[in-house]
Design a protein. Structure first.
Lengths: 93, 382
């Protein structure tokens, strides 16, 4: 399809075509899709891609987005340099 | 879900998926895997992604060598579509005092007697293999290149997808409620999605292994123990060994994908509690200890942190094979090493399940060793 080259997860370069292939192979757990291609695990932590991927899975399986195994968002909200974390620790000491 | 099976495997992590694949390879036609969440939800998907050869006991060395030999051909054997990201950059175990270095000399001597290419290094040699390492206070270390990284999430999915192609049935989001036993023999597995009758159950439930044991009246001394890891943004892959420090209770390594994975073992962690909450205390301690060892990491940004559980056994060694009290109940518990020993666990548990000759003697890994007082002693564990 024409839109197969659309990048759906920018951090890990997952394309719509690749996602569709995974779905067609029988992989419909969003958690397993994440574990295979790292989508939602990059610097954006899924803020850009999570809804888009869930919507595609929902479209393919006919299961409502509410019922999908959408991964949780993890701390931190934005990437932090290790040096800043260590400094914050020193202030607390 | 099928209502009858030759073998039911409880757990879809590294141990369970590997056992399923090995059973299918041995020609067992009807294998059913029950997983409470997805592959790999538990320790496998949350671990440090390493496999290791530098052990200090014959028992762990045998499992490590069997596993590494299978990792070498796993990509081809499973025909997995994605890169398993196996890279043998080794571990560099650092020593900050003469006693620690002495222990390493003994371990390396044992490893070399088995044909493992490990070395005792002075601090200058440590710096050569790990140019970003701060060697202040380091007396030396031990190093080996036959070990390294594997992507554990993909490894479990590779085993799963290859096993599925050979007819294994995987059931995600299915909870085991009970195991039925009659006259000392397993007769079936009761789940929230139905009952499977079977004469053989493999307990590959990792950190949940003791709960499965209770269902058949068997005490398994495996306790969940929380451990946390953080990962940084991916940077250009520079390679080099994992830096493993007994002094700091930490490990730091860059995976092939580019991120630096690091973990710290909190000495105050409480065994027996399943807890997936990441803590600030971990981030702060880990960041300080990482920068102390690799100052360049101060400028690198962490992107996520998570918690998983070790399935900790009293001797931190696998529990494999049959259990005397209940016929047809087989253990396949990695006890903190399910990823790195997945090939060996799958090989030995599948052989035990069908009563085939064991590739390596099972005796040291049996559950019975705890009541017999024959624990594995490995001085090379953190």
């Amino acid at each position: 399809m024409l839109d197969d080259n659309i990048i759906i997860c920018r951090c890990e370069n997952l394309t719509l075509g690749k996602l569709r292939k995974m779905l067609e192979s029988g992989m419909t757990s969003m958690q397993e899709i994440k574990k295979e291609c790292r989508c939602t695990m990059g610097p954006c932590q899924g803020r850009t891609c999570k809804e888009l991927i869930a919507r595609e899975i929902s479209r393919y399986t006919g299961v409502s987005m509410d019922e999908l195994d959408i991964p949780i968002s993890r701390a931190p909200i934005k990437p932090i340099p290790l040096g800043e974390i260590a400094e914050r620790g020193k202030q607390n000491a | 879900m099928r209502n009858t099976a030759d073998v039911v495997i409880i757990g879809g992590g590294a141990a369970g998926t590997s056992t399923a694949w090995h059973l299918a390879k041995l020609g067992v036609k009807n294998v059913v895997v029950i997983e409470q969440n997805y592959t790999p939800f538990g320790g496998t998907g949350r671990c440090a992604a390493m496999f290791r050869l530098q052990f200090g006991s014959e028992e762990n060395l045998a499992l490590a060598m069997l596993s590494v030999s299978q990792f070498d051909t796993l990509q081809k054997d499973t025909a997995f579509s994605e890169d398993l990201e196996i890279s043998k950059q080794g571990y560099l175990l650092t020593a900050y005092d003469e006693d620690a270095l002495d222990d390493m000399r003994k371990n390396v001597a044992l490893q070399r007697s088995k044909g493992i290419d490990s070395y005792v290094f002075d601090s200058k040699q440590c710096q050569e293999v790990s140019p970003y390492l701060n060697t202040d206070g380091i007396m030396g270390g031990s190093y080996c290149t036959g070990e390294g990284h594997i992507n554990p999430m993909r490894m479990a999915l590779a085993y799963k997808q290859a096993a599925e192609k050979m007819g294994v049935e995987f059931n995600n989001y299915t909870k085991v409620l009970d195991i039925t036993v009659q006259n000392g023999k397993v007769t079936g597995v009761v789940t929230d999605k139905g009952t499977v009758s079977t004469e053989c159950v493999v307990n590959a439930a990792g950190e949940y292994g003791k709960y499965i044991g209770r269902m058949v009246g068997v005490t398994i001394p495996v306790e969940p123990e929380k451990h946390q890891i953080l990962v940084t943004e991916p940077l250009e892959y520079v390679g080099g060994p994992m830096i493993y420090s007994f002094r700091h209770r930490t490990y730091i390594s860059q995976v092939k994908h580019g991120g630096f994975l690091m973990g710290w073992s909190d000495p105050d962690v409480k065994r027996g509690i399943v807890d997936f909450t990441p803590e600030w205390k971990f981030l702060e301690t880990m960041a300080k200890k990482a920068i102390e060892q690799v100052p360049a990491l101060a400028k690198v940004r962490m992107i996520r942190a998570w918690a998983g559980q070790y399935g900790a056994a009293p001797d931190d060694t696998v529990i494999l094979g049959p259990v005397e009290k209940v016929k047809g109940f087989i253990c396949a518990l990695g006890c903190t090493k399910a990823t790195m020993f997945a090939p060996a666990i799958g090989t030995l548990a599948s052989e035990a399940a069908i009563g085939a000759k064991s590739t390596i003697p099972l005796e040291p890994y049996l559950l019975r060793r705890f009541s017999d007082g024959k624990l594995v002693k490995d001085p090379a564990l953190l």
